[in-house]
Write a protein that binds this ligand. Structure first.
Ligand SMILES: [Zn+2]
Length: 207
């Protein structure tokens, strides 16, 4: 069952993207989201520039484990930990008693015993080269680059606009408000994605 946590408009826009991919209209999708919502909506060729919270990565051997699998191991290591009454903050952090923190047993990498961290790029971190190359491949293989709902402030996304512009690939930007990519845009639409994407998907499907 799909969770509706992200709100109706994003769920809807993601679904239209998946529809367009299924119709063979999308070479690939490059996202800065870390919530796997595009996968849940049905998109398959997705490059997650900033990783995904659904995975953890070993800082030593670079292997991956699903967050769900780690959760089972953490639970087994801390069978008596009771966080039912912990106050959850909006950013996902929780208030715990200092004794709970002192007693907490951290799970290490299954392969090498190394330190695990969420597989996401934090502020100031760099996107891994292979990930950038994969996304560049999508841009190079596309007839146009469609930018949806991003100010492109962060270079990790903006670089694809520069690449498309360099190669003469048309850039279409749909965003409410100015974006860093505007000077390179072939077409810029100031409109909500929830209006534009269903119409675009319909128009292309009935061409
Ligand atoms: Zn490891």
């Amino acid at each position: 069952m799909r969770r509706e946590r992200a709100g109706k408009w994003r769920g809807s826009a993601s679904t239209e993207r998946a529809r367009m991919e299924a119709a063979g209209l999308v070479t690939g999708l490059v996202t800065q989201n870390v919530d796997r919502l595009h996968h849940a909506a049905g998109s398959r060729r997705v490059v997650e520039l900033h990783g995904a919270l659904a995975e953890v990565r070993c800082l030593d051997c670079e292997s991956f484990e699903s967050r769900d699998a780690l959760q089972l191991r953490l639970r087994a290591l801390n069978p008596d930990l009771d966080v039912e009454d912990a106050a959850l903050r909006p950013d996902g952090d929780a208030e715990l008693y200092s004794q709970q923190i002192a007693d907490f047993r951290v799970a290490a990498c299954v392969g090498c015993g190394g330190v695990l961290m969420p597989n996401v790029v934090f502020f100031g971190g760099n996107v891994a080269r292979p990930i950038v190359e994969e996304a560049m491949g999508y841009v190079d293989g596309s007839g146009a680059l469609l930018v949806l709902g991003s100010s492109l402030t962060v270079f990790s996304g903006y670089r694809f606009v520069l690449r498309a512009a360099e190669r003469g690939i048309p850039v279409v930007i749909v965003n409410r408000g100015e974006t860093r990519g505007d000077p390179h845009a072939t077409l810029k639409l100031e409109a909500p994605l929830s209006d534009v994407l269903p119409r675009l998907a319909d128009a292309l499907a009935f061409e």
